[in-house]
Design a protein around this ligand. Structure first.
Ligand SMILES: Cc1cc2nc3c(=O)[nH]c(=O)nc-3n(C[C@H](O)[C@H](O)[C@H](O)COP(=O)(O)OP(=O)(O)OC[C@H]3O[C@@H](n4cnc5c(N)ncnc54)[C@H](O)[C@@H]3O)c2cc1C
Length: 376
């Protein structure tokens, strides 16, 4: 008898998991997505380090149209006065087949969706209740349909309403004190950064990251600013006050349409009361974006779970949680430290940071421990 798997949420985590499970004939997989359509219009970019491109390659990432992704080889660091401090050689973490890759999130979602069969994906479905029936789980959906499955994989993102329903308590992420402002650039006449690589400009209480997302010249710009949560933020005024006032070169990057998101992170990693229910992606743990590992960790978690469930190990839930917890600690420590360091305002601290960065990014031991541990 096939093992039935229900995946809740069709973001990067859920769709990656579905693609992996679909390839093993012992599983029958269905993705249940709350929305009636998959949101493909979000034009913003995503960075995928080799730890996730190695997994996506198994499901054919290299078949994405060559013009729709980019392989930057460097991460350039700039100070607030627009001086280049140094760069991190990203290509040292690449292999022949797995490269640091940047692309639009919508391109990745479409690629993952197109690899599934239409009966793998059910739209407009939201969980009302989950109950245990012997060693299976019964899902009742809000539209009064149900499904009896062997495993549930919850991947419904940072706010994970499903988690609160299943664990029967209100579980909410916490606001991390910053917002992310995003825009896409094309054909900018005056551009003072490297069009073929990632540039990170460190400012007081903010940082800006710019990178190519395809070979047609589109660049993703994301700016993280410390900011009190409010319903009414005038983005152009905020950019002027907090960004352009510190570095005039950044002013013209924010002339197009801007969008913003408050950044939330998880209080702690999630483990279910049910031994055959697993959380992956942002529903398991949402990281601050300063290591650019949210999507990569979603992909890693999907792969780890697939390997464990395929091996039919009876200690699955414990093993999965233990491994994810260790990995989460490693990434989280670095993401939080980066967030702090990128936003220094004290001139002495900034000078020490810039000098240390120059030295450390040439040091093999540091590179292998701080970054290699994450990317490889
Ligand atoms: C500013 C910013 C920049 C980032 N940049 C990067 C980057 O460069 N690289 C990187 O690796 N990561 C990055 N991330 C993180 C990354 O985007 C996320 O970690 C990743 O997309 C999480 O994927 P997910 O599948 O877990 O969740 P999501 O992508 O949020 O998908 C969740 C899905 O579940 C659905 N859903 C929600 N509720 C329900 C429900 N009740 N029932 C059914 N379905 C439901 C949603 O509609 C959605 O389709 C960034 C994050 C931020 C905030």
């Amino acid at each position: 008898m096939k093992k039935k798997i229900a995946i809740i949420g069709s973001g990067i985590a859920g769709l990656t998991a579905a693609n992996l499970f679909k390839e093993n004939s012992i599983f029958e997989v269905k993705v249940y997505e709350k929305e009636k359509t998959l949101s493909l219009e979000e034009g913003y970019g995503i960075q995928l380090a080799p730890n996730s491109t190695s997994i996506l390659n198994k499901i054919g990432l290299s078949n994405i149209d060559n013009k729709d992704f980019f392989n930057p080889s460097k991460l350039n660091f700039y100070s607030s006065d627009n001086q280049k401090i140094c760069d991190l050689d990203l290509s040292r973490f690449n292999s022949e087949k797995f490269k640091y890759t940047t692309l639009k999130r919508s391109v990745l979602i479409e690629f993952l969706k197109n690899k599934l069969f239409s009966n793998n994906l059910k739209l407009g479905k939201e969980i009302k209740k989950v109950s245990k029936i012997r060693d299976k789980l019964l899902i009742n959906f809000k539209d009064n349909t149900n499904d009896l499955v062997d495993f549930i994989v919850v991947s419904d993102g940072v706010f994970s309403n499903t988690k609160s329903v299943i664990e029967n308590k209100n579980i909410q992420p916490i606001y991390n004190g910053s917002i992310a402002i995003r825009t896409i650039l094309k054909n900018l006449s005056e551009f003072n950064y490297d069009k073929n690589n990632i540039s990170l400009v460190m400012l007081k209480n903010a940082h800006v990251v710019i990178y190519p997302i395809n070979k047609t010249g589109e660049l993703n710009v994301v700016c993280i600013i410390r900011q009190k949560l409010s319903n009414n933020i005038d983005l152009k005024t905020l950019i002027k006050k907090e960004i352009s006032s510190q570095n005039k070169n950044l002013e013209n990057l924010f002339e197009n349409k801007l969008e913003y998101w408050p950044i939330y992170t998880s209080k702690k990693p999630s483990k279910s009361i049910y031994e055959n229910l697993f959380y992956i992606g942002d529903a398991f743990y949402t990281f601050p974006p300063t290591m650019a590992q949210g999507a990569s960790q979603s992909i890693e978690a999907a792969n780890e779970l697939f390997n464990l469930l395929s091996s039919d190990n009876k200690r699955n839930p414990d093993l999965f949680f233990k491994k994810r917890l260790e990995r989460t600690k490693v990434i989280n420590r670095r993401s939080k430290l980066n967030h702090h360091i990128f936003h220094f305002s004290n001139p002495i601290l900034k000078t020490v940071r810039n000098k240390s960065l120059k030295i450390m990014l040439k040091n093999k031991i540091f590179l292998n421990n701080y970054i290699g541990k994450v990317y490889n």
